[in-house]
Design a protein around this ligand. Structure first.
Ligand code: ADP
Ligand code: MG
Length: 236
């Protein structure tokens, strides 16, 4: 289980996370839904350890990880723009997560090839990133996130650049994976339909505040405010 306990983060005088309390259970996908600039990515960076909170604590499986370095957190993150390295080939990109954690090259290569087989990408393992389609690149990014056997998966709008068919495929793949591995996942999105489809619970974020957190059914049936209803309606 993953927990934000009273997390506050300011940039200058601006509070971008205001006493955030959130827990995500094993096997659960929680979506943070909010408009651009509401603080979604900041929350993921705080979870991953790329940012330090000004107050509060971060917990993963009963351990306080607030001050732990990102590479020691057993957390994987998948970014909107893939962040794959063009000068490395596919398996080297996937192996990178393990190499950064100090794994030997041969061990990292074996693990990378194994997960590429699982993802149906074994035929592409020696290709460079520029030789892949957008959908293949996205799957490589997913393989790289998952190869480290993370205890938490963070997804920062990973579907926004994909066409509909690919998006649905990857959404299904990720949902299956989270259930199968029984780890918590946090998805960041500005798309209410995607949030409802992918997640067991949705947290509505407005200017660094969680204004409501509930199951999709409950949220859509009873938004607590006009603001919440607006977030569940048409964003962009
Ligand atoms: P979202 O992902 O919801 O679009 P972000 O978490 O990226 O929002 O950003 C929230 C707010 O914090 C924005 O106003 C953004 O400009 C600001 N911000 C993000 N990162 C930094 C930073 N490193 N320094 C200063 N301001 C930042
Ligand atoms: Mg963002």
């Amino acid at each position: 289980m993953f927990t934000f306990q009273n997390i506050t983060k300011k940039f200058g005088t601006r509070t971008v996370a205001n006493q955030i309390n959130l827990s995500v259970a094993n096997g659960e996908i929680l979506t943070i839904l909010g408009a651009s600039g509401s603080g979604k990515s900041t929350l993921l960076h705080l979870a991953a350890g790329l940012l330090q909170p000004d107050a509060g604590d971060v917990w993963l499986n009963q351990e306080r990880i607030t001050n732990r370095q990102p590479e020691k957190r057993e957390i994987a993150m998948m970014f909107q723009d893939f962040a794959l390295l063009p000068h490395l080939n596919v398996w080297e990109n996937v192996a990178l997560g393990l190499r950064l954690r100090g794994e030997k090259k041969a061990v990292a290569r074996t693990a990378a090839l194994r997960i590429l087989v699982e993802m149906g990408l074994q035929h592409a393992s020696e290709r460079t990133i520029t030789q892949l389609s957008g959908g293949e690149q996205q799957r490589v990014a997913l393989a790289r996130a998952l190869v480290v056997s993370p205890k938490l998966l963070l997804l920062d709008e990973p579907f926004s650049s994909l066409d509909t068919a690919l998006r649905q495929h990857l959404q299904h793949e990720i949902s299956q994976w989270i259930q199968q591995k029984n780890i918590p996942a946090i998805l960041v999105s500005h798309d209410p339909a995607e949030a409802a489809l992918m997640s067991q619970r949705i947290a509505l974020l407005e200017n660094g505040n969680i204004i409501q957190c509930d199951t999709p059914n409950q949220l859509f049936a009873q938004p607590v405010s006009a603001q919440a209803a607006r977030l569940l309606g048409c964003l962009n």
